[in-house]
Design a protein around this ligand. Structure first.
Ligand SMILES: C[S@@+](CC[C@H](N)C(=O)[O-])C[C@H]1O[C@@H](n2cnc3c(N)ncnc32)[C@H](O)[C@@H]1O
Length: 323
């Protein structure tokens, strides 16, 4: 494959290619400190910590027949890289590829990492996040503002566009593929964005270890890797474990925006999220295309292939809306 920022071929291969971090590679970046135990309630997933076993959330209702039933009783992604037990590996939603970069991407990393890339303490792999870390978000941005996390920010089109349009809000993109991150840094710099950062880590690990309950205003999951084969469904990032994390880390009243161009993934999202009583639908599902979302390469590919794009928006229930 020529150097590019494409993290996967049409269908990701079910292989693991993780770089195991040696003790000397562990970092102590300035904005991250080992967490003191937080008094904020942790998510169901957080309590499971490094478990590679899936289990349903306590109030997750079975949404459909087995063929449509994603996570219950099987391993789901987000089990590995979560920190905790050394060398325990599980199912993740991505395949690490050799990070071959073109000249522009290498230059972007050299020039812009200090400005935009936030390092975090690692566990056993280069995309893990050490258990017990927290992120000094106010220190990173020099203020406290509504915070959005993007799961799988890819080449940063959405991150850069929306961050530039909303200087009063802060944004953190999680991405595991270094060439895509390098492209993102270029896009952030082109727009001279100061309110967005990128973390190279499994977003599930980041959500679990770097944020406390209710800290986030929004989470985005746009065009997640489809993992179309049935035996790969366990790798889908939208799964009961991630739902536990998102509904914990997003404040009541905050939003989870998603989009996919794969019909069966749209059905999967609707099954899982539409039956979770911690979430309430914002309008019809799927809803209209979020107008702030720029057309990315992935969406464009879906559209030109004749696929229909589905946008979803769920709100984390407030106490009032739950009663
Ligand atoms: C199909 S691309 C879509 C990228 C972007 N959201 C867009 O719409 O253009 C999915 C991206 O998610 C990343 N990814 C998959 N699982 C991830 C995870 N657990 N944490 C962080 N990034 C992940 C992949 O590396 C890939 O760049």
């Amino acid at each position: 494959m020529a150097p590019s920022d494409d993290p996967q071929a049409d269908e990701p291969q079910d292989t693991a290619d993780e770089h195991i971090v040696t003790p000397s590679e562990h970092t102590s970046p300035p904005h991250v400190r080992p967490a003191e135990p937080t008094s904020a309630p942790s998510s169901e997933a957080g309590r499971r910590n490094d478990s590679t076993e899936a289990s349903s959330s306590s109030n997750h209702q079975s949404p459909g027949p087995p063929t449509h039933h994603p996570g219950l009783g099987v391993q789901v992604s987000a089990g590995a890289n979560r920190g905790g037990t050394p060398f325990r590996r599980g199912v993740v939603s991505f395949v690490r590829r050799s990070p071959r970069m073109n000249v522009s991407q290498q230059k972007a990393l050299d020039r812009l990492s200090d400005r935009y890339l936030v390092d975090v303490p690692r566990d056993t792999t280069s995309t893990s996040v050490a258990a017990g870390s927290t992120l000094d978000v106010a220190g990173i941005f020099g203020r406290t503002a509504p915070l959005t996390v993007e799961i799988g920010s890819g080449s940063g089109d959405t991150l850069a566009a929306v961050a530039a349009a909303h200087p009063d809000r802060d944004f953190i993109g999680f991405e595991v593929y270094l060439p895509s991150i390098a492209t993102t840094l270029n896009k952030l710099a082109e727009k001279d964005v100061s309110n967005a950062r990128v973390i190279m880590a499994d977003a599930a690990a980041g959500l679990e270890h770097l944020f406390v309950a209710g800290q986030l205003d929004e989470v985005w999951t746009f065009f997640p890797d489809p993992w179309r084969k049935k035996r790969h469904h366990k790798r889908r990032i939208v799964n009961p474990d991630t739902i536990d994390l998102v509904t914990s880390r997003v404040r009541p009243g905050g939003l989870w925006r998603l989009a996919t161009d794969w019909q069966d993934y749209a059905d999967w999202m609707l099954d899982l999220l539409g039956h979770d009583d911690r979430l309430e639908s914002v309008g019809a599902q799927p809803g209209p295309r979020w107008t702030e979302r720029p057309l990315t390469r992935y969406e464009n590919k879906g559209v030109t292939s004749g696929r229909v794009v589905h946008d979803f928006t769920w709100r984390v229930r407030t106490v009032e809306s739950a009663s």
